[in-house]
Design a protein around this ligand. Structure first.
Ligand code: SF4
Length: 353
């Protein structure tokens, strides 16, 4: 398990962020928020995929007022995403569980103060969402689009909210450049204890977004940085959650389900390993108990991997071994191996419940 840097705990609806709370996943609907039916449908899809918090873009009053009807029909906490027009934040704050603003583009301080007052009255947090592409002029002029500029903007806005007596804050520092994103979070982390919302923004379609987010968010998670996160993908809603959960799982931030170790195959392979692993992934996708399993194509590394695995298969020519905690429990024909393996995994998961 990763060792997380301690942060202040806040709540977005009933989802805790920071402190000892699990790292939550977020996404954003792409419907026009005023289209209540479509937005509710998308939020339900995200909920089913395992999303914890959902954000909706508020571009006008129709969107802001639609949040009331949306909120009544969904279980996930809602965040209203506001740019430029603080009046929309004032309306939306009546209905949602968090307001995301980039104070730099809200205008003057008085307008930000009005948003803070509304959030104070409703007891909901504000996400200070710094984006490398929309820094305040003064920071852009001084630092350009750099990690230092993003951190300066965040610190300025944090102080501004704190001076208004408001500390129910989480912070994001997003850039489309992975190194800049990582640098910004790393620089800001020691300067306060507010929870961080991680993300590499505008990361592209599924393949590149997965690579960029795995590098960026994975690096930060391994540093112990991050309390909630969004993987931004130009693609379908569920993909964002699937990738986010995989990053959390494979970085050791969220023990969840099977960690499948399978060999890359080589000329020694004596079985159809790709089909076997694909079938195992499908048939064990429902298991939430964290288990290490290994599926190896020949005996060369199989015994060594099996020694560290809860359940393992070592394929041979036309047959193979099933092992539990390093001990051989069955020597079977190749076509019987996956069935026996899955049944051993299910039994172990049941015993662990
Ligand atoms: S386990 Fe065997 S088949 Fe798989 S990569 Fe290693 S040597 Fe090759």
């Amino acid at each position: 398990m990763i060792k997380r840097i301690p942060t202040k705990k806040i709540y977005v609806g009933d989802v805790a962020i920071g402190g000892d709370a699990p790292i939550s996943t977020q996404s954003m609907t792409y419907s026009t928020t005023a289209d209540v039916e479509e937005t509710v449908e998308q939020i339900k899809r995200l909920h089913f995929a395992g999303c914890d918090i959902v954000r909706c873009a508020v571009t006008g009053e129709e969107d802001a007022y639609a949040l009331k009807a949306i909120k009544e029909q969904v279980e996930l906490p809602l965040v209203a995403d506001i740019h430029f027009n603080h009046k929309l934040a004032l309306i939306a704050s009546e209905f949602v569980d968090c307001i995301r603003i980039n104070p730099g583009n809200i205008g003057n301080k008085q307008k930000v103060a009005e948003v803070v007052k509304a959030c104070q009255e409703r007891n909901i947090p504000i996400r200070i969402g710094v984006n490398s592409g929309s820094l305040e002029k003064e920071f852009d002029n001084k630092y350009g689009q750099t990690a230092q500029g993003m951190v300066a903007s965040a610190q300025y806005n944090i102080k501004y909210l704190e001076d208004l007596g408001f500390s129910d804050i989480k912070i994001s520092l997003k850039a489309s450049d992975v190194q800049r994103t990582v640098d910004a979070y790393r620089i800001l982390r020691p300067k306060n204890n507010y929870p961080f919302h991680l993300g590499v923004t505008e990361a592209g379609t599924l393949f590149h977004a997965t690579v960029k987010s795995s590098i960026g968010l994975g690096t930060l998670l391994l540093d112990g940085i991050g309390d909630t996160m969004r993987v931004s993908i130009t693609g379908e809603l569920e993909e964002e959650i699937n990738v986010a959960r995989a990053i959390l799982k494979d970085s050791g931030a969220m023990p969840d389900g099977l960690n499948i170790i399978s060999c890359p195959t080589c000329g020694r392979i004596e079985a159809d390993l790709v089909s076997a692993v694909t079938e195992i992934e499908k048939r064990t996708a429902h298991i939430k108990t964290p288990l290490n399993v290994s599926v190896m194509g020949c005996v060369v590394n199989a015994i060594g991997e099996a020694a560290h695995a809860d359940v393992a298969i070592a394929y041979g020519k036309g047959k193979g071994l099933v092992m539990v905690k390093g001990e051989v429990v069955a020597n079977l024909d190749e076509k019987e191996l996956v069935d026996r393996f899955v049944s051993e995994v299910e039994d172990m998961a049941k015993d662990a419940e």
